[in-house]
Design a protein around this ligand. Structure first.
Ligand code: AGP
Length: 618
């Protein structure tokens, strides 16, 4: 994880670095630092805590210069403190480096360097980069980096500078993202585009193994064999305003409210008449016709989207689908081959386990389709085909709009696949029509929660009081059946991520096999009981919970009268849609409920403790 940035040009660098880091804080936020090169001196300032601590410090005592690097950290080796924060330098402050990734053989390198007389200050793996580059330096920083990375095992995106080379920054990447931004008389390096979007929209994605040499406004790139290469420059279409809060208190809230538009844009772009088109998908139709099964691989929220994808794909294509978390798939000798289409789902496109799973699947002969949000990400580039969700930048650590966008794409892909294979079902006729209604229905749900009579805020307030009155000893259980079961998992994940309240998701039919033992007046039980084939069974589950003194929040369909006969404690309604399409709507109030509960607790919603947006380490 961690975010890095570098700048060389004519502007005052500290401000550019700090602003860029503020857009990368989603990658880690336990400490931050910058290094500025001026008058043949490298000056480093780094602070434990959020970026604001560093920003305040720099306001008090600024560092001036026009070349610099910066870092926002998510600790892997060494606790968050000032010393372990990046940038790291060699003993003489000749070299400064920022690093995102993990150096697996750092102990060995450290021991060798110590024997040569290098003193280490931090507990990090990253510090070895600074000493190693210093050790390999013979008057040319680019050459020193080239030699150094040959000794490194693991993942890295780095930016380095040397005090004797006043306008130069060298970058390198292996399995951690890195982009170059090209402006007028200035160049940038960054882990992600939002960090540089204030200054340029011209971006170059750096390939694995590449080394980048930025000198003023000149950018040279070398591949892993040391050959000079040209990489395509891409024009970024979206605006920085899309990565800003736009009047909302938190990015998470803004992103929840963006969902109707995201869905609308996806359907508008992909549904052409009675067909679905994915212009970027390059997996041959012949291959899609021949597949015997589908494996969906992902982590966290994307995994939950994948679980829903199983229901959707199996129903519409009748192809068997199994779903795995990436970290399990990659290590369990998975049974995939030429007849399996592997679908990897990832918002960031950089999740280390999902990337490794993708490679594992490819090595076994499977074609891999990626469903990704971030353009040009590692997963998008390494897959055989990609479908972008185009949900725009998702900044809040808790994923919301990326999830509904992934669901939307999975519906469309199911339809597309059934069409390609010529096995569309009779009921498919209404499929696209129903999908196109979803953005307006999502909008309708959200409108109710933009008013002063926001019932979710009220429920959240009551839960908060209840929780405090019980000495912080309450929890949540989420129950659902069939296609909404993954939403039970996702609702629980949202709540625990941002409010630190313990929450479990279960298939409601499993309740009697264990979770029912939890029921007394303590857990709040969210029951997803929208119109469905299993509706009556959900009502029975609710009765069983009520009979044991449980407290129920029921999610039901508008116009449902039966639920009135059961004395549920809270009722949240969503518009009527066929069961198969309900997950996209049901998740919206669950996201909001989690949000409002976290807001009651006063937690840092966009940057919850211990988490990072992009998990680029195992
Ligand atoms: C979601 O709220 C989480 N922060 C997390 O589970 C996330 O979905 C997971 O890390 C996968 O990320 P990806 O979609 O970028 O691969």
């Amino acid at each position: 994880m961690c975010g890095i940035i570098g700048y060389t040009g004519k502007k005052e660098v500290s401000k550019i670095l700090v602003k860029g880091l503020s857009r990368l804080e989603y990658r880690g936020y336990d400490s931050a630092g910058i290094a500025v090169l001026a008058k043949e001196k490298i000056r480093i300032r780094k602070k434990k805590g959020k970026l604001s601590v560093l920003r305040d410090d720099l306001k008090r005592v600024p560092i001036e210069g026009h070349v610099g690097i910066g870092h926002t950290r998510w600790a892997t080796h060494g606790v968050p403190n000032d010393v372990n924060a990046h940038p790291h330098a060699d003993g003489e402050h000749s070299v400064a480096v920022v690093h995102n990734g993990i150096i697996e053989n750092y102990r060995e390198i450290k021991e060798n360097l110590k024997k040569k007389g290098y003193d280490f200050l931090s507990d990090t793996d990253s510090e070895v980069f600074a000493h190693l580059i210093s050790d390999n330096y013979n008057g040319d920083l680019c050459e020193a980096v080239k030699t150094s990375i040959k000794e490194i095992k693991g993942s890295y995106a780095i930016a380095a500078m040397h005090k004797n080379e006043p306008d130069r920054i060298i970058g390198a990447r292996m399995d951690s993202p890195l982009v170059v931004g090209v402006g007028e008389d200035e160049t940038f390096l960054a882990s992600d585009i939002p960090a540089i979007l204030d200054y340029t929209k011209d971006v170059i994605y750096i390939e694995n193994g590449d080394i980048v040499d930025l000198s003023g406004n000149v950018c040279s790139i070398y591949d892993s064999d040391g050959q000079k290469v040209e990489r395509d420059m891409v024009k970024i279409k979206w605006d920085i305003s899309q990565a800003e809060k736009g009047g909302y208190k938190h990015f998470m809230l803004k992103e929840i409210f963006e969902q109707p538009k995201v869905l609308h844009d996806i359907f508008k772009e992909r549904i052409i008449g009675d067909s679905v088109a994915f212009e970027e998908l390059v997996i041959d139709e012949g291959v899609l016709k021949g597949i015997k099964n589908i494996a969906i691989i992902a982590c966290g929220t994307a995994y939950h989207a994948g679980l829903t994808g199983k229901y959707i794909l199996e129903k519409h294509t009748r192809i068997p689908v199994w779903v795995d978390t990436s970290s399990e798939f990659r290590y369990r000798d998975p049974l995939v081959g030429e007849n399996t289409l592997v679908v990897v789902v990832s918002q960031s496109g950089e999740t280390a386990d999902t990337l490794a799973a993708l490679r594992e699947a490819k090595s076994r002969g499977s074609k891999v389709l990626a469903i990704c949000n971030v353009l040009g990400s590692s997963i998008a580039r390494e897959a055989d085909g990609v479908i972008y969700t185009h949900a725009g930048p998702e900044i809040a650590v808790a994923s919301t709009k990326a999830y509904t966008a992934q669901l939307a794409i999975l519906y469309l892909f199911a339809y597309y696949l059934a069409e390609v294979r010529g096995d569309s079902q009779e009921h498919d006729k209404n499929f696209l029509k129903e999908l196109k209604k979803l953005p307006a229905s999502a909008e309708k749900i959200l409108r109710q929660y933009h008013t002063d009579e926001n019932i979710l805020e009220k429920y959240a307030g009551e839960f908060h009081e209840y929780y405090l009155a019980r000495n912080n000893k309450s929890c949540f259980l989420y129950l659902a059946r069939n296609v909404n079961y993954p939403n039970a998992l996702e609702g629980a994940l949202k709540l625990k991520e941002i409010s630190y309240v313990s929450a479990e998701g279960y298939p409601a039919g499993e309740m009697k096999h264990g979770p029912i033992a939890l029921i007394d007046e303590n857990p709040w039980v969210v029951c997803i009981a929208v119109e469905a084939d299993t509706y009556e069974k959900m009502l029975s589950n609710i009765q069983e919970i009520k009979a044991r003194g449980g407290l129920v929040i029921a999610i039901t369909t508008e116009g449902d009268t039966e639920i009135k006969g059961i004395d549920v404690n809270y009722n949240i309604r969503v518009p009527r849609v066929p069961e198969m399409f309900s997950p996209i709507l049901v998740i919206v109030p669950l996201q909001l409920l989690a949000y409002f509960i976290a807001a009651e607790f006063g937690y840092d919603i966009d940057q919850p403790r211990n988490l990072a947006k992009s998990v680029t380490v195992e």
